[in-house]
Design a binder for this molecule. Structure first.
Ligand SMILES: Nc1nc2c(c(=O)[nH]1)N[C@H]1C(S)=C(S)[C@@H](COP(=O)(O)O)O[C@H]1N2
Ligand SMILES: [Mo]
Length: 388
């Protein structure tokens, strides 16, 4: 039966490029995206797989059950707010499909054809999942059992499954420094309906797909989530897999993505090219963008080139101020600015290096689902200046 989207929130869409209305999938334009270090809600991409549920914070409960839990435990939002310490983290939320358009130019990919805006940097506040699990007897020690997973289920029925579901290793959930939150606020205000009201999981350092919105239940289990979004999506299929039929043979033998890879993008100028009048005065051009990496890895350096990667300058980095950090790891993105000499019609590219020395490569290895595109920016091979 078709899903009913008539109760979705009304939206002021003028700030976002809407890919699909039903379900609602939208991203900001690249310049707006980097106009703030903390992304305001109006420029925050939205990724939905179903209609947005209309939940009431006062009556909503989450259930926690599974291995090592004798009877299912229920928590109201009020209990989560009052019984557990509140923690805030600055965290980049990035969809695994961010920049899918780059891979889609190579060959057809399946999914929403995101540009570079399926990423945002938010302040998420809530209680730590670790504290809540500990209160019902799930200890950090149990996280040493590599085979245990924490599966999350949402309220809403989705296009591909009965609800949105996903899982993370228990080791991440109970890691003292892992900062997995049961978040009830974004940017200091209650979550909006589009972003998971009244409660969502946020898993810093991991692809957005693991940060389940409209959370209904948590289950400790000895295997990953059986949800479509853990099993048949968000996996890097090998390059030879080119169709849904081929993929069938690979889903069960391909691991689900957790942490994301090193990433950066030139957001300004938005076309990735500079027009001739600017060139005429032969001044270096100001170039700006974002950079981030998964797993808590920080950005060490961003190189920017105005001559297609022959020469590079080092960008100036704007990272989260050390005094404001609340985490041992880096979950925030880094914004950057560089001044480079450019040639007309030659693309501007950036390449980030993270704290593990991972560096973005020029060419992507295409994959059918178009996930984790961390290759250099491509623009249309033309000397005519146009928006991408
Ligand atoms: N319940 C639910 N949670 C969800 C999704 C969804 O469709 N439903 N989409 C996931 C995906 S793929 C991403 S990238 C993030 C996006 O979070 P945002 O919409 O708040 O930006 O939410 C994740 N959690
Ligand atoms: Mo996503």
């Amino acid at each position: 039966m078709a899903l009913d989207y008539s109760h979705d929130p009304s939206r002021d869409d003028k700030n976002l490029i809407v890919h699909t209305e039903k379900p609602f999938n939208a991203e900001p334009n690249p310049k707006d995206l980097i106009s703030n270090f903390i992304t305001p809600e109006k420029y925050f991409f939205c990724r939905s797989h179903g209609n947005i549920p209309n939940l009431d914070e006062a009556s909503h409960k989450i259930t926690i059950e599974g291995i090592n839990i004798t009877t299912p435990k229920r928590f109201t939002i009020q209990e989560l707010k009052t019984r557990f310490e509140k923690k805030s983290i600055v965290m980049a939320m990035q969809c695994a499909g961010n920049r899918r358009d780059g891979l889609h130019k190579v060959k057809h990919t399946e999914g929403v054809i995101w540009g570079p805006g399926a990423v945002a940097n938010g302040i998420y506040s809530g209680c730590r999942l670790k504290d809540v699990l500990e209160s019902i007897g799930i200890t950090e020690q149990m996280g040493h059992t590599a085979t245990l997973h924490v599966a999350f289920q949402s309220v809403e029925k989705c296009e591909e499954d009965e609800c949105y579901g996903s899982s993370i290793p228990l080791s991440k959930a109970v890691d003292e420094f892992g900062d997995v939150l049961l978040a009830y606020e974004m940017n200091g205000a209650p979550l909006t309906r589009d972003h998971g009201y009244p409660i969502r999981i946020v898993v810093p350092g991991y692809i957005g797909a693991r940060s389940v919105k409209f959370l209904k239940s948590i289950r400790i289990q000895d295997k990953e989530s059986s949800a479509y979004y853990q099993q048949h999506d968000y996996k890097i299929l090998p390059e030879n897999v080119g169709s849904i039929d081929d993929a069938e043979n690979y889903w069960s033998i391909t691991p689900a993505i957790g942490e994301y890879n090193v990433q950066s993008f030139v957001c300004d100028p938005p076309s990735g090219l500079v027009d001739v009048p600017i060139l005429a005065n032969a001044q270096p051009v100001k170039v700006q963008g974002y950079a981030l990496s998964g797993g808590g890895r920080s950005i060490q350096r961003v190189d920017v080139s105005g001559d297609d990667g022959n020469t590079w300058v080092h960008a100036e980095l704007q990272s989260q101020p050390i005094a404001e950090r609340t985490s041992a790891y880096t979950w925030s993105w880094t914004l950057w600015t560089a001044h480079v000499h450019v040639k007309a019609g030659v693309r501007l590219v950036s390449r980030a290096v993270d704290s593990a020395g991972n560096i973005q490569q020029e060419f992507p290895v295409w994959n059918f689902r178009g996930v984790l595109n961390g290759a250099w920016r491509t623009v249309k091979p033309t000397s005519v200046i146009e928006e991408q």
